[in-house]
Design a protein around this ligand. Sequence first.
Ligand code: GTP
Ligand code: MG
Length: 206
Amino acid sequence: MEIVKSDFLISAASRAQYPAGDRPEVAFIGRSNVGKSSIINSLTNRKALARVSNTPGRTRLVNFFLINDSIHLVDLPGYGYAKVSKTERANLERIITEYFEHRRSLDKVILLVDSRHKPTPDDVGMYSYIRRMGIPCLVIGTKLDKLKRNEIRKNEKVIRETLGMHPEDRIIMYSSLSKENREAVLEETFQGLTEKAEAGEEASDQ
Ligand code: GTP
Ligand code: MG
């Protein structure tokens, strides 16, 4: 699917502010600074749809975007940033779990991990949390442009093994900078959702 239109909807501090309705929805989660906001910009071909910064912990609310007038992308706050206070960390955790526990229209989670490093215990915990919730999960190794060609396969294997990934879950290495593998990411991200969006529109027309 190609993205022809993308709009920012809302930065939600709590679930009362989440957009209503049952449009298909895909959420991006991962450690602070892993590249969640950047991937949303690179997939939508927008420079600053989602806010990117060198300061980890930039995204502190649940940001909703509307794609092609029919599908939601969600930029979640990052976890695992060491330099935030205990109170702030608890607050971020609350925002993330509130989203996962209450968002019924969530169809897919994209877990981002840094392609250069072994996933952290936080990453492992997040992957198993997503699996336990039974939501389809795609893993993306970010910052692929920083890897040497001969490291790609090896790092992919380390990520798979460390997360304990189920064989049916896919992993794609991606760079928001060079956009290498963008087609594969778009395909996996929106697979099954365009049909669901169309079915929803027909139902609401009647
Ligand atoms: P938080 O909102 O703090 O959780 O971070 P985030 O996961 O949204 O990360 P963000 O997209 O803000 O990117 C963090 C930093 O990594 C920025 O300096 C980006 O420019 C850089 N970055 C993101 N993706 C890539 C990539 O594919 N390649 C390279 N080289 N840098 C990247
Ligand atoms: Mg961000």
